[in-house]
Ligand binder design. Structure first.
Ligand SMILES: Cc1cc2nc3c(=O)[nH]c(=O)nc-3n(C[C@H](O)[C@H](O)[C@H](O)COP(=O)(O)OP(=O)(O)OC[C@H]3O[C@@H](n4cnc5c(N)ncnc54)[C@H](O)[C@@H]3O)c2cc1C
Length: 266
């Protein structure tokens, strides 16, 4: 029987507290801040490590991004990942969420056997929450989103609690399957010094477009494979505050009349 295999897709994101937004170009100025692993993906990795500790197996971390995203994968190895793959190629540029999901799913297919894929519920930059469920759709496997508690970890299935619109659900997911996790699931551990040293010299495999053509179709990658396009990005303008001073003995009455008028004649 194949070793229990967990895959954790991790995105490298800019430090959202520090990054600047280029209002003219309508996009994030990535050079204005350092990058880090998407925080939710650390919760996904922590769950993978807990499963490995409880039932055994191995963890593959995978990221699609520029060559620098290798740092995020090294960090993931320091936190318990066993193998890392970076999907990087000019042919992946301009991918929308669907093409991103297709690329990640195609790489997962190429890996062959897997039992469980664990994604973050969303990223702190794109914030769509679409990639996890879309990977499951491409792979044609079941998925459970917004997992905030693990009830039972098994080799054939996992029983979890999810929260959707204020309601709690208990669900069993048979493998192979995918879950997306929230920050409430756990507290990600910090890497140990020994693991940091191990991660420094770990091999990070790099796969480009050509490596994925045996499991994927060229027309579904990058900008060509993206059914959506960004037409325009606008930062909502704050409404200017107005002030008016009411004076004299009937100031309060005038103020109430003005408020009534401003609020539509109530
Ligand atoms: C038309 C269009 C063009 C775009 N062009 C570009 C571009 O040229 N360059 C660019 O950088 N972005 C581009 N983007 C943004 C890019 O599509 C998103 O960054 C990407 O699809 C992830 O979406 P998200 O951040 O909303 O992830 P979510 O759906 O919120 O992420 C959920 C989970 O999926 C996993 N995940 C998401 N992304 C990755 C990843 N890259 N690697 C590993 N795991 C991941 C993580 O586990 C994450 O927690 C474009 C978007 C659109 C709509």
């Amino acid at each position: 029987m194949a070793n229990f295999s967990i895959i954790v897709p991790i995105k490298e994101v800019p430090d959202i507290e520090k990054v600047n937004f280029d209002r003219e170009k309508g996009r994030i100025d990535r050079s204005s801040a350092t990058s880090e692993p998407n925080p939710f993906d650390l919760n996904a990795l922590e769950e993978a490590v807990k499963i490995k500790e409880e039932i055994g197996g191995n963890i593959t971390v995978i990221s699609m991004g520029p060559p620098q995203a290798e740092d995020t994968l090294r960090d993931a190895i320091a936190r318990g990942g066993d193998k890392a793959i970076l999907l990087t190629d000019k042919g992946f540029a301009g991918s929308d969420t669907w093409a991103t999901s297709y690329t990640l799913a195609t790489a997962i297919k190429k890996l062959g056997h897997y039992d469980l894929i664990i994604c973050g519920e969303k990223t702190v930059d794109g914030d769509t929450g679409q990639v996890g469920p879309e990977i499951a759709e491409v792979l044609d496997i079941p998925h459970v989103s917004y997992v905030n508690k693990t009830i039972e970890r098994g080799k054939d299935s996992i029983i979890v609690q999810t929260e959707v619109w204020g309601r709690l659900y208990k669900k069993e997911l048979k493998f192979p399957g995918l879950i997306t996790v929230t920050k409430d699931l756990n507290e990600p551990r910090l890497p140990t010094l020994t693991n940091k040293l191990k991660a420094k010299s770990a091999e990070i495999e790099r796969w480009g477009l050509d490596d994925l053509l045996d499991t994927g179709d060229e027309k579904h990658f990058g900008i060509k494979g993206s059914p959506t396009s960004v037409v325009n990005i606008e930062v909502p303008k704050e409404k200017g505050r107005k002030s008016k001073i009411f004076e004299g003995k009937d100031a309060a009455k005038k103020m109430v009349e003005q408020l009534r008028k401003d609020l539509g004649g109530i």
